[in-house]
Design a protein around this ligand. Structure first.
Ligand SMILES: NC(=O)c1ccc[n+]([C@@H]2O[C@H](COP(=O)([O-])OP(=O)(O)OC[C@H]3O[C@@H](n4cnc5c(N)ncnc54)[C@H](OP(=O)(O)O)[C@@H]3O)[C@@H](O)[C@H]2O)c1
Length: 261
C-alpha cells in the first residue's frame, strides 16, 4: 500500500501551490485534473525537487464516470488515501440570465456534485480506520450571496455549510474535516470565469499572489484550524455579517460585483 494525498485540480492555481507544500512535507501525491500535459509538468517539477512519488490521473470530475474512474485507479494501485483535497473548481460571472445554463450546470457538477461524491467515495474507509483528512476549497464567496456570480457563490456556500456539518458529524470518528476560504486571487480561475474583464478592476485590487495565500492556508492547516480564512479582511467580513442586515449586505455585494458597461 502507498500512502497518498489526493489533490483535485492539482495541476495549476491553488492546487499546484498546495502540492508544493504537501510534497515538501513528504506526502506522496495523486494530482487529478483534465489536461495531461499540465499534470505531467507538475509531476516532473515536484519529483525533481522532493523525495516523494507523484502520481497523476487525468479525468473529468464533472461526470460520475470520471469520479468512479479515479476511485478505481486508487483501488487498483492499492493507494491508502490519507488526505483528500477537494480543490478543483470553476466560476462563472455576469447577470444570471445571460450566462449559458450549460456552463453553470457544469460548474455545479464540479463545485458541488463532485465534492459531495468524492467525499462519499473516500470518507467511509477513513471512518472505518479512524483516521484521515478531507480538506475542501470553499471561498470568501461562501459567506454571503453574490449578485453577478450568483450560482458560484451559492456553490461555495454549499461547500462551507457541508464542511461545517461534517466537522460536527466527525467529532469522534478520528477523521479531520476542514476547508479554506480565499478571496479573489490571480490564478487562471478568474480568466476562465471571465470575471477578470467583467468587473471593475478596483474590485480585485490588492489581490495577493496564490503562493502567499496558500502559504497561509497550509500554515493554518498544519495548526489544525478547521475553517481557514487566509486574509484578515475576509475574516473580518465574515465576523461583521452577524450584525449587518441581509438587505444591506446584498446592496454592498451588488456594488462590489458591479458589471462594467
Ligand atoms: N482563484 C480565486 O479567486 C479563488 C477564490 C476563492 C476560492 N477559489 C476556489 O479554489 C479552488 C481552486 O481554484 P484556482 O483558482 O486554483 O483555479 P484554477 O487556477 O482555474 O485551477 C483549477 C484546477 O482544477 C482543474 N479542473 C478544472 N475543471 C476540472 C474538471 N472538470 N475535472 C477535473 N479537474 C478540473 C484544472 O485543471 P484542468 O482544467 O486541466 O482540468 C486546474 O488544475 C476552486 O475550488 C475555486 O473555486 C478560487
Amino acid at each position: 500500500m502507498t500512502n497518498i494525498t489526493i489533490i483535485t485540480g492539482g495541476s495549476e492555481g491553488f492546487g499546484r501551490e498546495l502540492a508544493e507544500h504537501f510534497a515538501q512535507d513528504k506526502h506522496n501525491l495523486l494530482l487529478v485534473a483534465r489536461r495531461f500535459d499540465l499534470l505531467e509538468n507538475a509531476k516532473r517539477e515536484l519529483e525533481g525537487k522532493y523525495d516523494v512519488k507523484i502520481f497523476i490521473f487525468s479525468t473529468d470530475l464533472t461526470t460520475p464516470e470520471g469520479r468512479a474512474a479515479l476511485k478505481e485507479y486508487c483501488d487498483e494501485n492499492r493507494f491508502h488515501i490519507d488526505i483528500l483535497v477537494n480543490n478543483a473548481g470553476m466560476g462563472t460571472g455576469g447577470a444570471f440570465h445571460e450566462i449559458p445554463s450549460e456552463k453553470e450546470t457544469s460548474m455545479i457538477r464540479l463545485n458541488v456534485e463532485a465534492v459531495n461524491d468524492l467525499i462519499h467515495l473516500f470518507l467511509p474507509k477513513m471512518i472505518e480506520e479512524k483516521q484521515g483528512v478531507i480538506m475542501n476549497a470553499a471561498s470568501a464567496a461562501s459567506f454571503q450571496p453574490g449578485p453577478y456570480m450568483a450560482a458560484y457563490y451559492a456553490c461555495k456556500a454549499y461547500i462551507l455549510s457541508l464542511t461545517e456539518a461534517l466537522i460536527a458529524e466527525n467529532k469522534k470518528t478520528g477523521v479531520r474535516i476542514c476547508c479554506y476560504c480565499p478571496g479573489p486571487c490571480a490564478t487562471p480561475f478568474l480568466k476562465k470565469a471571465g470575471t477578470d474583464t467583467l468587473f471593475d478592476p478596483a474590485r480585485n485590487s490588492g489581490m495577493r499572489p496564490p503562493k502567499i495565500i496558500i502559504d497561509r492556508v497550509y500554515k493554518e492547516f498544519k495548526r489544525g484550524k478547521k475553517i481557514i480564512i487566509p486574509e484578515k479582511k475576509f475574516a473580518f467580513l465574515r465576523f461583521i455579517q452577524r450584525f449587518v442586515p441581509r438587505s444591506l449586505l446584498l446592496a454592498v455585494m451588488v456594488k462590489v460585483n458591479t458589471v462594467k458597461k
